[in-house]
Design a protein around this ligand. Structure first.
Ligand code: SF4
Length: 875
């Protein structure tokens, strides 16, 4: 892509550099006072320039909140002390009518609020680049300035830079179409300039810091054009950056760095005919080469005013004349803010994935410098605000705390249930310090995203912790207050034809036929009287095999008509076309999931002890797919598979099985999902290794891309997420019986069987399972609703002493919930409750946060199914 240089004039009248230089003689403002907001090195330079400006400035109010002492010392040690006052109080500026204009040179993150404050106080404002981070903020401030007839300008000094304008003049010789613009802008990280020790602004990355200069230079040379980025990459965590794109139609390649040993600032333009035009502004005077010929130095370079002087003169001239001539008026730079917002958004995503590479590994003894630099810009200001550091240039202190922040993020991203007490010990900080560090993390959306979305604990966070906390149920349990159960398992099966090796059911027990008649009436009443604010409240499962209940179709339809998104877990043995014909209500389901226990006849028999199991379920699944197409039912249909120790390889065989079912069914719509789960009944030592799982999942992902599995969404269990992305991942969280809450958590989860018996835990809900009746908290009947049972138990029920084997009634969800309840209690007792913790979404917002929802405890997140083949849940 190429284009000849556009030298047409801009839409508004343009001040030439010569005109700008002549402005100082035209300035005739009344004497006025000005304010400089920000006592940094640049603020001091600006103060010095203002003190000798041609504008009639009688006093300069220098506001320095984080740097007050050194700023005062600097003023007192200079010859400016009779003209400059130093204060920390920004409010004093708004009240002082003598102050006509303000120069905003504080941290970029404060620009928006500071400029707004000053405009509202009727001050003309010149704000240092980058103006603001978001184009909408820029538009809002511009509109505010216009409504008050105030001048709002952005400190883009290269708009009035002699060397840039001279290079523009030299380019007039160029008639050949431009092939590429190459810009190198390398700074040294630590240097001494103008007698002041210089470090870059570490609250922003090099792109946000320097790209406004690049855009300014391009706009001087080629007028205002749209910037489109084609490729952005970062090095050194964001202290260096490579940007490729187009400015209008001109291709550019920009290399920015602030960590180079030698400074270099060069703009080279290459034409299609291989002519080269070079501007080198590394040192004064600038060097210009035109087609390999170096032009003589500008004879007036030492007497021409500097760009900052010219910028200030033209800003005051605009205040005086209001003829909208200055090229750096804020309303002429919105396109620059749009580009910064766009490019910075890409860099933030790159930084997240860079950190996530380390986040998913074990903590190393030395944290990567790239990680620390990437994180630095997102926490530095907050560390200052929380007084964990006092100087934004104190590198040692900054990295000390950035590393602590990283370790805290790492721990919570992978082990979300870690207590604050344990974190204090691990981080080697005080309780007061961790409260401050938590606050830093809470205020950074970047850190929040890393904790919740980028660690191996993502499934704990999104599928369990956040939805449960925001439902208010966790608070209710901890405070022993009544709430209707969040999730209810309806165990309506009469018996089961399988004898699975790991199943806790009593193989000799089954419900009577009469229990179905009375049980189904009870279930319908329960559905009818339940609150209707959560469509995922009920799921039908077992207990026993649910399809053995000949009223199941009617119950599904009944629940659906009441507004519930009903789901059924089955072993699939009875899911024949014949049964589907009789139980038409099953087509009203939201989700139907078959638990698969093997990948061929032998492996299925080994688990279920039913010789027909494999073939029956395989054929039923095929027939179901074909019939679903025919009926046009929207039911989502999928499989669940528990990876037993030593059986990871079966996952690939299962994928082939699903592909065969898809193909042989002849259906257009394929199997929608596969939920893969850990076997929580085994200890770590017997579980598959992460390496084994990661290898299998990698092959599975490749297989998933083929046409016969293209619609399959795979939802990985809590501890399978890490291996699913090729990383170690955290172990499955588990508690011991000593940690079991004495009254369970019926506000969160219960199950109800055909007799109306309400069990605290789902794995206890098997008829006549030895010892399980201790966890029955009451019976739903004609006289007693489920609400009555729960209320009575919470108010008057006795605590249930746990016994060593009682965690057998727990599944992975129960372990996680218990961990969450214990964490909440422990953190509160330790003096760092969730509202002082590091995760903003873990603070209960009393129903005001509707982003979080969950399916029933072991089904995939509802939105996962709706966003097929997406890696992450969009909350
Ligand atoms: S796990 Fe399910 S299918 Fe297997 S025996 Fe138990 S209830 Fe039946």
């Amino acid at each position: 892509m190429s284009k000849s240089i556009d030298t047409q004039s801009m839409s508004r009248q343009e001040l030439t550099l010569d005109n700008i230089i002549a402005l100082k003689d035209k300035l005739a403002l009344d004497p006025c006072e000005v304010a400089v907001i920000g006592g940094s090195r640049w603020g001091k330079i600006m103060t010095g320039i203002l003190s000798r400006s041609s504008a009639n400035i009688t006093k300069i109010h220098l506001i320095s909140s984080s740097n007050y002492k050194s700023t005062l010392e600097w003023v007192e040690g200079s010859d400016l002390s009779d003209k400059v006052t130093v204060s920390t109080d920004l409010n004093s500026i708004s009240k002082n009518k003598a102050i006509k204009a303000a120069f905003v040179i504080n941290f970029p993150a404060y620009h928006y609020s500071t400029v707004k404050f000053l405009l509202e106080a009727d001050k003309h404002v010149l704000v240092e680049k980058p103006f603001v981070f978001e184009a909408d903020q820029a538009r809002e401030l511009i509109s505010l300035a216009q409504s008050k007839d105030l001048v709002l300008a952005v400190g883009l000094e290269f708009m009035v830079s002699g060397p840039i304008h001279r290079f523009k003049h030299a380019l007039k010789e160029c008639n050949d179409p431009i092939d590429e613009i190459t810009i190198i802008w390398h700074d040294v990280f630590r240097s001494e300039r103008h007698g002041v020790y210089k470090l870059p602004d570490m609250t922003v990355n090099v792109f946000v810091d320097i790209f406004p200069h690049i855009q300014t230079i391009l706009s001087v040379l080629f007028n205002e054009q749209k910037t489109v980025f084609k490729e952005i990459s970062i090095q050194d965590g964001g202290d260096s950056c490579q940007v490729r794109g187009t400015y209008g139609q001109l291709p550019f390649n920009v290399n920015l760095s602030r960590t180079h040993l030698l400074a270099s600032r060069k703009i080279e333009i290459t034409t299609e005919g291989k002519e080269k035009y070079l501007l080198d502004i590394t040192k004064d005077p600038e060097k210009i080469r035109v087609k390999d010929k170096e032009l003589p130095d500008d004879p007036q370079w030492q007497t021409t005013p500097g760009s900052l002087d010219l910028e200030i003169d033209s800003f005051f001239y605009e205040i005086q004349e209001r003829n909208k001539e200055i090229p750096f008026a804020a309303d002429r730079t919105v396109y620059m803010t749009e580009a910064i917002e766009d490019g910075n958004g890409s860099i933030i995503e790159i930084q997240k994935s860079l950190i996530s590479e380390f986040l998913l590994d074990h903590i190393s003894a030395i944290t990567s410098t790239e990680v620390l630099i990437s994180l630095r810009e997102h926490v530095l200001l907050l560390l200052l605000e929380e007084s964990l550091i006092s100087n934004p240039k104190d590198e040692e202190k900054i990295y000390y705390w950035v590393e602590k922040a990283y370790i805290l993020i790492h721990r919570l991203a992978n082990y979300p249930l870690t207590s604050q007490k344990a974190l204090v010990k691990e981080l080697d900080v005080s309780q007061e310090e961790i409260i401050k560090l938590n606050s830093v993390l809470r205020q950074s959306s970047f850190c929040q995203s890393l904790i919740i979305e980028y660690g191996s604990g993502v499934k704990y966070w999104k599928n369990t912790i956040l939805p449960l906390v925001q439902s208010g149920k966790v608070d209710a349990v901890v405070n022993n207050e009544y709430q209707y159960p969040h999730r209810i398992g309806v165990y309506l099966g009469r018996f089961c034809m399988f004898f699975c090796s790991f199943c806790g059911r009593n193989h000799n027990a089954s419900y009577g036929r009469g229990d179905i008649t009375t049980g189904n009436v009870m279930i319908k009443k329960m559905l009818e009287s339940a609150p209707k604010d959560d469509p995922y409240r009920f799921y039908i499962s077992g207990g026993m095999e649910p399809l053995t209940n000949d009223g199941i179709g009617e119950i599904v339809t009944y629940g659906t008509e009441l507004g519930f998104k009903m789901s059924v877990y089955t072993n699939g043995f009875m899911l024949t076309p014949n049964l589907l014909e009789k139980q038409k209500g099953l087509w009203d389901l939201d989700v139907l999931r078959i638990s698969i226990y093997g990948v061929d006849e032998e492996s299925t028999y080994n688990v279920t002890k039913n010789k027909k199991a494999f073939n029956k379920v395989f054929n039923n699944a095929k027939e179901f797919l074909a019939l679903r197409d025919k009926n046009g039912s929207a039911v989502k249909f999928g499989f669940n598979f528990v990876i037993l120790p030593g059986c990871a390889h079966q996952v690939l065989e299962l994928a082939e099985l699903i592909a065969r079912i898809n193909k042989e069914s002849g259906a257009k719509r394929q199997i929608d999902f596969l939920t893969l789960r850990e076997d929580y009944s085994y200890g770590d030592e017997k579980f598959e290794t992460n390496e084994e799982l990661a290898g299998v999942f990698e092959k599975l992902k490749a297989r998933q891309k083929q046409i016969d599995l293209k619609d399959l969404y795979i939802d990985y269990g809590y501890a399978l997420y890490g291996p699913s992305i090729g990383k170690p991942g955290a172990k499955l969280y588990a508690v011991t019986h000593n940690n079991m809450p004495p009254k369970g958590y019926p506000q969160i989860s219960i199950c109800v069987d055909l007799l109306g018996d309400v069990y605290l835990y789902r794995e206890a809900g098997f008829l006549d399972r030895p010892g399980a009746d201790r966890y029955i908290i009451g019976r739903v009947s004609e006289e007693q609703s489920i609400e009555d049972v729960i209320r009575e138990f919470i108010t008057n029920g006795s605590e249930i002493p746990s016994e060593p084997e009682d965690t057998n009634y727990y599944d992975a969800f129960d372990h996680a919930v218990t961990g969450l309840l214990n964490q909440m209690n422990n953190d509160k007792d330790y003096g760092v409750p969730f509202d002082k913790g590091p995760v903003v979404d873990r603070i209960y917002t009393k129903g005001n946060d509707t982003r979080f929802t969950m399916a029933h405890p072991t089904l995939a997140h509802p939105s996962l199914l709706e966003n097929n083949n997406k890696e992450k849940v969009d909350l």
